[in-house]
Structure formats: C-alpha cells, structure tokens
Design a protein around this ligand. Structure first.
Ligand SMILES: [Zn+2]
Length: 148
C-alpha cells in the first residue's frame, strides 16, 4: 500500500462524514503496514468540538495497541490538522503525518504551528502534504458550497 492508497481510504472516511452532514475530513492510522484505526469527523453527531477525525483515530489506535504511544505510526488525514490535532499528534508520538489539502480555516502555514515551530521539543515528525490534494479539497468545497 502506498501513501496514495491509504489517503484514498481516508477519503472514504471523509465521505462518511459528508453523508452525516459533518465537515468531510477522514483519518487513517497505520502501524507496521496495518491499519490500526480509521475515523471521520463527528463534531455535530456526538456533539463534541474535539471529535475531529484525527483525535478519534488516535483514541481508537491507542485502544487497538493498548498503548497511547503511537511511535512509528503514520497518520493519514485528508485535510491539514488543526492546532488541537497537531498537539494530539505530538503527545501521541505519531512519527509521520501525511495530509491531502491545506487547512483553509486555520491557514496553510499556521495550522501545523505546534509541530513545525516547537523545535525544542524535537518532535522529529515527518510531514508530507499534497497527497490526493484535489480530491480532498473538492470534498470540502462540496460541503461548504452546499451547506453554508
Ligand atoms: Zn483538528
């Protein structure tokens, strides 16, 4: 499975959110070539402001591994993580983040500020962007054009 393959699975999760009239963001966590969690945004359904796809995936993954330390895992998420999720990514020791499209709401350069700027934490997190970018962005455009 390539990064693109996993991102397409994250896109399937994002489409589940869209069906629920949630902001269409999906996430997949992969550890040692297996999917340990998949989730989509559920803020409206739960309702819970912290129920972002990434947070839900991190919680599920910790249950799957019986370990909150997700060292060595890769998080695939359709949209660039927000600052809250960036904090959760750091705290859960995720090693690699692959996202599709930039986060328009928080700005392209600022959303990952906690990861990119706190060099003293030496997070060592690898960040890859632009995987299936157009598909990820179009899903968001589809949501915001129809519902807002
Ligand atoms: Zn978030």
């Amino acid at each position: 499975m390539t990064d693109t393959d996993y991102m397409n699975l994250a896109l399937i999760e994002a489409k589940k959110a869209l069906k629920l009239k949630e902001i269409p963001i999906g996430a997949i966590l992969v550890y040692q070539n297996s999917i340990i969690a998949s989730a989509h945004n559920l803020c409206e359904s739960l309702p819970d402001a912290t129920a972002h796809a990434e947070i839900l995936a991190i919680k599920k993954a910790a249950k799957t591994l019986h370990n909150w330390r997700l060292t060595g895992s890769t998080l695939y998420v359709t949209i660039e993580p927000c600052p809250m999720c960036a904090g959760a990514i750091i705290n859960s020791r995720i090693s690699r983040v692959v996202y599709g499209s930039a986060n328009a709401q928080y700005g392209t350069t600022n959303a990952l500020y906690p990861i990119k700027s706190f060099s003293k934490w030496d997070t060592g997190i690898t960040i890859i962007s632009g995987i299936e970018e157009i598909k990820c962005r179009e899903l968001m455009n589809c949501f915001f054009n129809e519902t807002r």
